[in-house]
Design a protein around this ligand. Structure first.
Ligand SMILES: NC(=O)c1ccc[n+]([C@@H]2O[C@H](COP(=O)([O-])OP(=O)(O)OC[C@H]3O[C@@H](n4cnc5c(N)ncnc54)[C@H](OP(=O)(O)O)[C@@H]3O)[C@@H](O)[C@H]2O)c1
Length: 350
């Protein structure tokens, strides 16, 4: 085995076309700490956090640069290093952002070293390409619905962005729990979202959502609003007393500026002000929470079981060759992907 590999390296701040460089001389990790394994990557999936950090984070702020981009992988264990995994095991998982920055490991590389706790075995009913996109979006949906909101059978959840990667997992997980699901997307994605199992569909392009829901309030009001789009506009939250139950929760995957422009930052400041204004000063009379994915092996295993029993199916939007990573980012940056944008790191993988 050679000691160098091909990897898409984040070298500087900017859009992917400016920030990334395809290198053929990136060192393959040769020293594993206890609990770490070496994985030969088969496929990697892109997530918005990848391009958002590239766009916003300067090189000096703990960015870990230069480092291979992205988090989500499927692959084959090359060195199990005394963990639960053995050479040849087929796995999927992710390198969390903080771990990636601290260890200079990333998904868009042929080899990655990472703790075994961030991986599980790939069920045989999903391909490496399908499995690559499960972990970050799937665990986010699971953590939001189960760990934070404690969604129960019979409750109603409103999922904003049902055709997004997080939304598509959230719909399926909520249905598996036994909840009633209302989800939004643009009209062209209605069939896609309905096939995932929603009970009610709302086309968010016809009318601003907060206006539609205020004039057509659900009865009973929603137990949970999961904003899987992470709208940076706070109107859906500030009008929520009309459609969210008094003890309900508005949960967002985290309004985060798409770039460092002043208009994006200003929108972010307005949202922070809206959610921090206390009720006695006219703030919104509903609970609001933002959450950031934390890896939990038991959640990853729960997701693995749902995939294996078919109650959750990974959804792939599109697949790109390793050389075409910049085209894959263009697709993700369009904000129109339905499911995961996947990159084949091993050209022979399906
Ligand atoms: N907190 C965390 O730990 C965490 C983890 C994962 C993701 N996130 C965040 O969650 C968000 C979603 O990530 P993702 O990977 O799921 O995104 P994604 O798959 O790239 O989202 C694309 C989808 O969003 C839909 N969409 C875009 N604008 C919309 C709107 N205004 N209303 C409803 N749907 C809309 C599009 O459908 P249409 O074409 O029909 O509009 C498209 O299908 C991102 O902001 C990401 O950064 C946070």
């Amino acid at each position: 085995m050679s000691n160098v590999q091909r990897a898409w390296i984040v070298e500087r701040r900017g859009r992917p076309s400016h920030a990334l460089k395809l290198r053929s001389d990136w060192k393959i990790p040769n020293k594993l700490e206890p609990g770490e394994v070496l994985v030969r990557v088969q496929a990697a999936a892109l997530n918005p956090v990848g391009y958002k950090l590239m766009a916003v984070l300067p090189n000096f702020m703990g960015s870990g640069r230069p480092l291979p981009a992205e988090q989500d992988i499927s692959g084959v264990i090359e060195d199990g290093n005394g963990t639960e995994f053995s050479k040849g095991d087929e796995v999927f998982g992710f390198i969390a952002v903080d771990l990636s920055q601290a260890t200079r490991q990333g998904a868009l590389a042929q080899y990655v070293k990472m703790p075994a706790d961030f991986l599980v075995m790939r069920p045989s009913n999903v391909s490496p390409v399908e499995a690559a996109g499960i972990t970050l979006a799937g665990q986010t949906a699971y953590q939001g619905l189960v760990d934070i909101a404690k969604l129960e059978a019979g409750q109603t959840v409103f999922i904003n962005g049902g055709s997004s990667a997080v939304g598509a997992f959230a719909i399926q997980i909520a249905k598996a729990i036994g909840a009633r699901v209302v989800a939004t997307a643009s009209g062209k994605n209605e069939d896609f979202v309905r096939r995932l199992g929603v009970d009610e569909f709302i086309d968010y392009t016809k009318k601003p959502l907060h206006e539609y829901l205020t004039t057509n309030p659900p009865s009973p009001k929603y137990h949970l609003i999961l904003d899987a789009v992470a709208l940076i506009d706070s109107a859906l939250y500030t009008h929520s007393p009309a459609y969210l139950a008094p003890n309900g929760l508005f949960l967002s995957t985290g309004p985060f500026p798409k770039n460092a422009s002043s208009s994006e930052l200003w929108k972010g400041i307005k949202t922070i002000t809206a959610v921090l204004t206390p009720r006695w000063l006219g703030g919104t009379n509903r609970r609001y929470a933002i959450f950031l994915l934390k890896n939990k092996k038991s959640n990853l295993e729960a997701l693995q079981r749902m995939i294996a029993n078919g109650s959750v199916k990974p959804v792939v939007d599109s697949v790109y060759e390793f050389e075409d990573v910049l085209k894959a980012y263009e697709r993700l940056l369009s904000s129109r992907a339905t499911g995961k944008v996947v990159v084949k790191v091993d050209p022979l993988v399906d």
